[in-house]
Design a protein around this ligand. Sequence first.
Ligand code: SF4
Length: 551
Amino acid sequence: MEEIFGKNGLIAKYHKDYEYRFGQIKMAEAVLRAFEEKKHLIVEAGTGTGKTLAYLVPAIAAALGQKKRIIISTGTKNLQEQLMEKDIPFLQRIMPKKFTAAYMKGRSNYACLYRIGKAESQPILDGLDEMDYFDEIRHWARESPTGDRAELTTMPENLSFWGRINAKSETCLGQKCPDFEPCFITRMRGRADEADIVIVNHHLFFADLNLRGNEYGRVIPDYSAVIFDEAHLIEDIAADYFGFQVSTFQIDELVRDSENLPITDAIVTRDLTKLAARIIGLADQFWTRFIQGRGQDGRFPLLPNAFAQKVRDEIQPTPLGEAYFALDSALERLENAIDVHAEKMTEAESLVRRVRQTRFDLDFVCSQAEKNYVYWIEKRGRGMFLRASPIDVSTLLQEKLFDKLETVVMTSATLSSNGKFDFIKDRLGLDNSKTDTMLAPSSFDYQKQAIIYLPKAMPEPRAPEFNQIAASEIIKLLNVTNGRAFVLSTSLSSMNALYELVSMRVNFPCLVQGSMSKAGILGRFRTTPNAVLFATSSFWQGVDVQGEQLS
Ligand code: SF4
């Protein structure tokens, strides 16, 4: 590692701003040792340690030495892109041995060539703006090497029709697709199959881990070890993927896709349209019965007697329970009606599978029978999500991950409590005898280089006046820092509200997440003097802005 990270090492030779950092070289040695000794490792690496290179270099050495693929899993897509665009090409230039790397994101990030072709003849667009965007996407998809929408840097993130032309698995025809060969997903998998290092994000990693072993198989190619960056996030993300979820969007899509099946028989089509309308009505009655947090975004617990309760010694459905039974029986009719066509029609086959899965998930959440799960409803904008998540993921992670792999490295700036790692080991199901730990010190002097400012007398974040008061505080701070700041929120609605309130009252260029791709907006921020960026969780961690721009 000295040869790479040392004062006269390869990085110092090729990187003009490189500073020798004791914590970085110690971390790199610990990661290499974990690979050699086939152990798991937890490293808390404070901000400024240079942890990305400290895990990438030993990972590459181990992948080449042991001829095994290693997965790097990041907390956000931003960090994934940063690794792929900056750190990996840099190491490919300087490392003594050649290595290959590829990245994989969730399927909905990629364009579906088949659906784009179909969309040309089916009306999916609202308004002229969308037609222009669609035209641009159509041309881009012909040329793009990856089909990853992050390449569309100037396009808004919330394109309403993207959901109808992306490569999500629910609508994929698989090998029966006429565009299977040039398909971006086929090509992405091909690149990953050939790579020594594959960069994914935690969402994709746990979606894949949950699929391994069941009938739909794996997404990520087989690997021998994994490194989690921003590892403090993995418990929650694993719980989401080992859990169950049904959303308003999911049911809307089932209905829409059932109406778009290429069925030519007019009577069957008419019956399906009638059934679809009935499901929309019943779903509406079902969702509107959730009164928790009416009118507010957030997560709200489902009470144990939400769907059924005891009346005079008898268990009887509540009005919500009755709404659920009515919706489920309509979904069952839809499942049966489509199943008739499944043998001859790939679209029908995959739709039946989705309806069945939705009914299963809905039943799991509504029956609330599993005591080890927590049940709740989440409201976000126009969407509602019914969820059940395991309270404790340690056993699942132990079985599916830590017992299966020789080495799992977990790193983040915040993993220990009181200088110890017992809590995280316990929560994740790590065996003490097989897990090493390390605290890599930050190279920042927090006393001199950081300030925490807590405004006095702020109201509760849910109070109606919160955004107004927060905006006034933010404006004062921006005038001190001369812009050059991120304003980070926990929800899109508060981000938008703060952007509206602040951008009108300051003279700094204000950017807001969603107006273009994340990479595009970060690029704009880096090159716009005194810019202010309003964003949410994707920009909370792992974002690299060097120099004065964010200071
Ligand atoms: S294989 Fe699936 S994702 Fe790929 S182009 Fe065909 S339908 Fe779209």
